[in-house]
Design a protein around this ligand. Structure first.
Ligand SMILES: Cc1cc2nc3c(=O)[nH]c(=O)nc-3n(C[C@H](O)[C@H](O)[C@H](O)COP(=O)(O)OP(=O)(O)OC[C@H]3O[C@@H](n4cnc5c(N)ncnc54)[C@H](O)[C@@H]3O)c2cc1C
Length: 323
């Protein structure tokens, strides 16, 4: 178990490492429990919102991320069938693989004195809970996520392709690699024998975009995905997806994980009450979670493509960032 000066953190992903770095910056120790001994590929679009620069800078690791030579994205393009809505991003966004990002955060935390313990833990009072998404869902048409890396023309935009009941994001990451990542319901995937290559063929625009690309890894999948806030014990500091899971189309999940992880580490290290911490996090996340839910519902109802041309992409982008 962690010593009494050490903040106990469950989960060594983005939120857990951010919490560890934040506690260490406050002259407390950090013990990070995670059954995974090392960073690994994860199902993620690997699109980092521009504000992530500041988050990583505050954690003292932005130069390490910059040294990985991440891809930069200057614009967004959203495809609804044949209709395309394009806009410039307020600032360049960053494309960096989770393998690199998680690795550099783990390395930085370990170099500053965090102790990593390769164990799964049950939450104890006062711990930071950064154990990620809930992965069980009520019966129904459950949603799954999938991702692979590709070689070929990378582009400098984040592209989202909405099809009938699914969407897929295409964006560059470091080393000229392209990330292709999406979400679809189980019923659709079952009909395709869970062939994600076949799913890319369902939208003509997506088929055209991915035709010159060559897949360089096996597809990874995850799920079922459950959106929104999670119920957690009252005496812990939940962070990242363990606090709430925002729709991947917002590209804000990693930003939220880094920010809430940083806040949770600071709160646990300084003795702020879990209740005050949660209120502070909610003030930041309530609006983006609500906005994401409204967009999800309008897409499901089929009105997304009708409204999209009238709503500036920048505005949608701003609404789904933390306040
Ligand atoms: C399909 C998909 C696409 C996405 N695309 C994007 C995107 O493009 N941009 C973006 O910003 N976000 C995206 N996200 C969201 C983003 O991946 C998450 O918000 C982010 O990974 C959350 O980080 P985390 O640290 O909270 O959780 P995780 O990264 O899941 O880390 C949780 C860690 O906790 C560990 N753990 C679990 N249980 C225990 C336990 N009991 N004890 C100890 N350790 C435990 C796990 O091993 C894991 O390492 C996407 C998500 C999905 C599903």
């Amino acid at each position: 178990m962690a010593d009494s000066n050490s903040v106990s953190i469950l989960g060594g992903g983005l939120a857990g490492c951010a919490a560890g770095l934040s506690a260490l910056a406050r002259e407390r120790g950090a013990t990070i429990y995670d059954p995974s001994r090392a960073a690994r590929h994860r199902v993620c679009g690997e699109f980092l919102s521009p504000e992530v620069r500041d988050s990583l800078d505050q954690l003292g690791v932005w130069p390490l991320a910059e040294a990985c030579r991440p891809a930069l994205m200057y614009s967004m393009r959203v495809h609804f069938g044949r209709r395309v809505c394009a806009d410039r991003l307020p600032e360049p966004a960053i494309g960096l693989s989770r393998l690199r990002l998680d690795h550099l955060l783990r390395e930085a935390a370990a170099a500053r004195g965090a102790r990593f313990v390769a164990e799964r833990q049950a939450p104890a009072s006062g711990c930071v809970l950064a154990t990620g998404r809930q992965s069980c869902a009520a019966p129904g048409d459950r949603i799954f996520g999938f991702k692979a890396h590709f070689s070929g023309p990378p582009g400098d935009a984040v592209e989202l392709y909405f099809g009938d009941r699914f969407y897929v994001g295409v964006n560059p990451v470091e080393d000229g690699v392209t990330n292709v990542c999406g979400l679809a319901p189980e019923s659709l995937l079952r009909g395709l024998d869970f062939s994600y290559d076949q799913l890319l063929e369902l939208s003509p625009a997506l088929r055209e975009r991915t035709r010159p690309l060559t897949r360089t890894m096996n597809w990874l999948s995850t799920g079922p995905l459950v959106y929104g806030r999670r119920t957690q014990p009252e005496d812990v500091y939940p962070a990242g997806d363990a606090f709430s899971f925002i729709d991947p189309f917002t590209g804000a999940g990693m930003l939220n994980a880094l920010e809430t992880g940083r806040m949770a580490g600071a709160a646990a290290a300084s003795g702020q009450s879990p209740e005050a911490y949660r209120r502070a996090v909610l003030r930041r996340l309530q609006r983006p979670l609500f906005a994401a839910g409204v967009f999800r519902a309008s897409i499901a109802a089929g009105v997304g493509p009708l409204l999209a041309p009238w709503i500036p992409g920048r505005w949608l982008f701003a609404l789904t960032r933390p306040a």
